[in-house]
Design a protein around this ligand. Structure first.
Ligand SMILES: [Zn+2]
Length: 249
């Protein structure tokens, strides 16, 4: 790559819109294509993002056993989320996955999935803390940042580039990849603290006992040796987090 090409490429990757100019002067093939996909991924509209989250949620629901409303877990989740149909401007859609994993996640379109394995271990208020924490990841922008990163660093960028301004219909394999990068990847400690602080505020605003944040994290810590606490792989160090929240309760 010569210097002019390098400068152009750096400019593209710094997000300055020089694509048309570049296209007129050079033909880089792949490098330019990657640059265009990047620019588009950084300007993904909320509507496009919502479509990707909707597709991801539908795909995840297809891959899991979802509890019906007459199932004991389904009934319990409906009951404990009564009055929580929306929070902080986000409309929430709850479902239980019937699986022994101790896990839960939220998406920026308001999707919340709680695993029955987590419900087996946690009290209603502790589940509410987990829900508040997951909403915290969404409202703090962690989930949105991840999908934007995923859209520009993976094979998905070609799907985005190919459809121009519209949201692409992603294939099952692409949705699986997106799920891994957006939902399954581990959060940073800073993001964890932010989501925990959000959860604490959530508990207080909703008049749920804030101590449930602490007891939930202590339970997770005790589970970390034995049970399949998948939530721990994405939400590290429950012990420290429990101690930190305890001082704030
Ligand atoms: Zn978290």
């Amino acid at each position: 790559m010569n210097r002019r090409q390098f400068v152009l490429l750096s400019t593209l990757f710094s997000g300055i819109s020089v694509v048309n100019n570049a296209a007129a002067q050079f033909n880089f093939g792949k490098a330019l294509e990657a640059g265009q996909a990047l620019l588009q991924s950084e300007t993904l509209s909320d509507e496009q993002l919502k479509s990707y989250f909707d597709q991801m949620a539908a795909d995840s629901d297809r891959r899991n056993r979802v509890a019906g409303n007459n199932d004991a877990y389904g009934k319990r989740l409906i009951k404990l989320t009564r009055g929580l149909e929306s929070h902080d401007g986000l409309n929430l859609d709850y479902k239980v996955y019937l699986t022994p994993q101790v896990n839960a996640f939220a998406m920026a379109n308001g999707t919340i999935r709680v695993y029955s394995g987590l419900m087996d271990k946690f009290s209603d208020d502790e589940i509410r803390y987990v829900i508040g924490h997951e909403i915290g990841h969404v409202k703090s922008g962690h989930t949105k940042a991840r999908i934007q990163t995923a859209m520009r660093t993976s094979a998905l960028k070609s799907a985005v580039a190919a459809t121009g301004g519209k949201a692409a219909e992603l294939a099952e394999s692409q949705l699986g990849e997106l799920f891994e990068q957006v939902v399954t990847a581990q959060h940073s400690q800073a993001n964890e603290r932010e989501a925990d602080d959000y959860a604490l505020g959530f508990m207080k605003t909703r008049r749920y006992p804030p101590i449930a944040c602490v007891t939930a994290l202590e339970k997770l810590d005790s589970l970390s040796g034995g049970a399949d606490a998948s939530w721990l792989s994405t939400h590290p160090s429950p012990k420290e987090r429990a101690a930190r929240l305890k001082t704030q309760v």
